[in-house]
Ligand binder design. Structure first.
Ligand SMILES: *Cc1c(COP(=O)(O)O)cnc(C)c1O
Length: 365
């Protein structure tokens, strides 16, 4: 392809980006992507397939997904006065939010945080600022955040709550200070809501610039791609003009409704994951040279204090276990790995491999 054609049709900032890399996990124990590791009970699967049988797949889907929105509101206790918009994953909602911004707008998020905020901002040529979290606790550097807000008044501030990849919750009163000071939107991204009791959902009526975003991905439906954004209805009405019609397909609408009608089995699964997370946290911290961070999500951040994070990552991979190596991101993550909580046997395989690796590291890796 001639360079001229590329320059003619691909914006400079897009040329400068690197693609979001997704590791090949075939034949590996997959603990890298915050997926729910459990299958559905056979009887539930049978009922689900029966539901799909009646899906009019020749027709376009319900453009506003009315039934699904009603179920989402109930299950997530969305305040009555707040409006709802659905996205093909919350990734699409982030994209819609950023596409609506004025071209000179700026975006703020702490670092490290969810990588798609920056990735999508870059793809749209928007100005993105990040402020490092505090080194030891990964809590907000609230004074720097407030100073930045006073100076720049970002159009959007993203706060993942709990944060990915650190797993902690930021202080509620600090988020409230940000909401009070900010003239722009504050998106509280609650992707990990199934694994924590904390939420800003009840505060939606108190702050006109607050939006709460959630997804079904981490609950156990990552394959569906369904996220939702809750907030002031006049804001949602504008954002909705950018959303492509029929972005939520009929199979997703039916499947999500079915799953929410059977939420009990998913809640049992996420409760089990919470228990296994806490057990895994204790066992990791008992290992020499490993520091695990307390987590309110379905993953744990590990700091490697003696062997390099990349060595630990590679040695796990040799044992057919895939986790996420965060150390290439540098900064506060230069010695860090992230592991998703899996099934009991997957966790056991991971923990016993970790015990071997920290006691007898293979220096060739
Ligand atoms: C996983 C994740 C998302 C993306 O969720 P999808 O709905 O699968 O697109 C959004 N925010 C955070 C913080 C996440 O970790």
């Amino acid at each position: 392809m001639s360079k001229n054609i590329v320059n003619h049709c691909i914006r400079e900032e897009v040329q400068a980006m690197s693609a979001y890399h997704i590791a090949d996990a075939s034949n590996l124990i997959k603990l890298d992507a915050m997926e729910n590791p459990y299958n559905w009970p056979d009887e539930i699967t049978a009922q689900w397939l029966e539901t799909l049988r009646h899906c009019p797949i020749n027709r376009y889907p319900d453009p506003v997904a009315k039934e699904l929105c009603n179920r989402l509101r109930q299950v997530n206790s969305v305040p009555d006065q707040s409006a709802l918009m659905l996205g093909n994953g919350s990734d699409e909602l982030i994209q819609i939010l950023l596409m609506a911004l004025p071209s000179n707008a700026s975006i703020l998020a702490p670092a490290p945080s969810f990588v798609m905020y920056r990735q999508i901002a870059q793809s749209l040529g928007l100005e993105y600022h990040s402020i490092p979290l505090q080194a030891d606790s990964f809590s907000l550097d609230i004074e720097s955040m407030l100073t930045h807000i006073r100076q720049h008044q970002p159009a959007i501030i993203f706060l993942a709550y709990p944060n990915n990849p650190t797993g902690n919750l930021f202080a509620e009163d600090e988020i409230k200070q940000i909401l009070q000071l900010s003239e722009g939107l504050v998106i509280v991204d609650e992707a990990y809501a199934p694994f924590t009791n904390a939420s800003f959902m009840p505060y939606l009526p108190d702050y006109p610039n607050l939006m709460v975003m959630r997804t079904l991905s981490k609950l156990g439906l990552a394959g569906l791609r369904l996220g939702f954004l809750c907030g002031d209805s006049s804001l949602i009405d504008h954002l909705d003009k950018i959303r492509l019609p029929y972005n939520i397909n009929s199979l997703t609408q039916l499947t999500a409704r079915f799953a929410l009608d059977h939420i009990e089995f998913l809640n049992q699964q996420t409760n089990t994951i919470r228990q296994h997370r806490d057990a895994m946290f204790n066992r990791l911290n008992a290992l020499n040279g490993i520091h695990a961070l307390a987590s309110e999500a379905n993953f744990i951040l590990l700091k490697c204090q003696q062997i390099s994070a990349t060595t630990v990552f590679n040695q796990l991979k040799c044992r057919d276990i895939l986790i996420k190596n965060l150390s290439p991101q540098g900064g506060l993550l230069s010695d860090s790995l992230r592991v998703t909580v899996g099934t009991a046997s997957e966790n056991e395989a991971f923990l016993s491999a970790m015990a071997q690796i920290v006691t007898t590291p293979d220096p060739s890796l």
